[in-house]
Ligand binder design. Structure first.
Ligand SMILES: C[S@@+](CC[C@H](N)C(=O)[O-])C[C@H]1O[C@@H](n2cnc3c(N)ncnc32)[C@H](O)[C@@H]1O
Length: 192
């Protein structure tokens, strides 16, 4: 049984339903490394994770977490914005995780921005394998987070249902503008 207290728990649950050992995955916002380590565990020794962040502090925290769990061989840490995702990742990936906003415990001035998030998301849609998912944890409680939510929903609601399934979840009893989750799956067409 899993306990769902936060939308990040739900994101992990959705990812664990889809990811298999040997898969390629991207953590588009490495932060303190929780999602990167989770992906590296799930992808196993034959899989690989590409983790992006614009802050050295975040990449250091992620590297420390991976070392602690002996997972560093499974991850490439990339000091770049996720809007450069397609320059660094060329093969199709099963999972792309975004946990938007700012680094918990870090400067609130350094945060994801709607323009670059959207640019990255559009590249991620192209990189995604059929059957793969993109998870986006949104924080509409601050102005840029609200803009990111609106922009992402504008794009997601226009994705053709013949190609993608889009799930949008709100933890409805968690106060004003609680965190939200969008999950996009590229539809897998089975032959026969
Ligand atoms: C909420 S934190 C991520 C939490 C992380 N996933 C974890 O498991 O600990 C958001 C991170 O996004 C990073 N960030 C902001 N803009 C970015 C961008 N354009 N590309 C990649 N990372 C970015 C911030 O530096 C911050 O570390």
């Amino acid at each position: 049984m899993i306990s769902i207290k936060k939308v990040t728990d739900l994101a992990h649950y959705m990812v664990s339903m889809v990811i298999n050992a040997g898969d390629l995955a991207v953590d588009a916002t490495a932060g303190n490394g929780h999602d990167t380590a989770f992906l590296a565990e799930k992808a196993g020794p034959s899989g690989h994770v590409y983790a992006f962040d614009i802050q050295e502090q975040s990449l250091k925290a992620t590297a420390d977490k991976l070392k602690e769990k002996a997972l560093e061989q499974r991850v490439t840490l990339i000091h770049a914005g996720h809007e450069e995702i397609a320059r660094h990742v060329v093969n199709p990936v099963k999972i792309v995780m975004y946990n938007l906003g700012y680094l918990p415990g870090g400067s609130r001035r350094v945060k994801t921005e709607s323009k670059t998030t959207l640019n990255s998301f559009e590249q991620a849609l192209t990189l995604l394998e059929p059957g793969g998912i993109i998870t986006l944890v949104l924080y509409p409680g601050h102005p840029e987070g609200l803009l990111e939510k609106k922009e992402l929903l504008r794009v997601c609601t226009k994705l053709p249902p013949s190609g993608y399934t889009v799930v949008h979840t709100v933890l409805a009893n968690q106060g004003n503008e609680p965190p939200e989750l969008i999950v996009v799956q590229k539809i897998l067409f089975k032959s026969g």
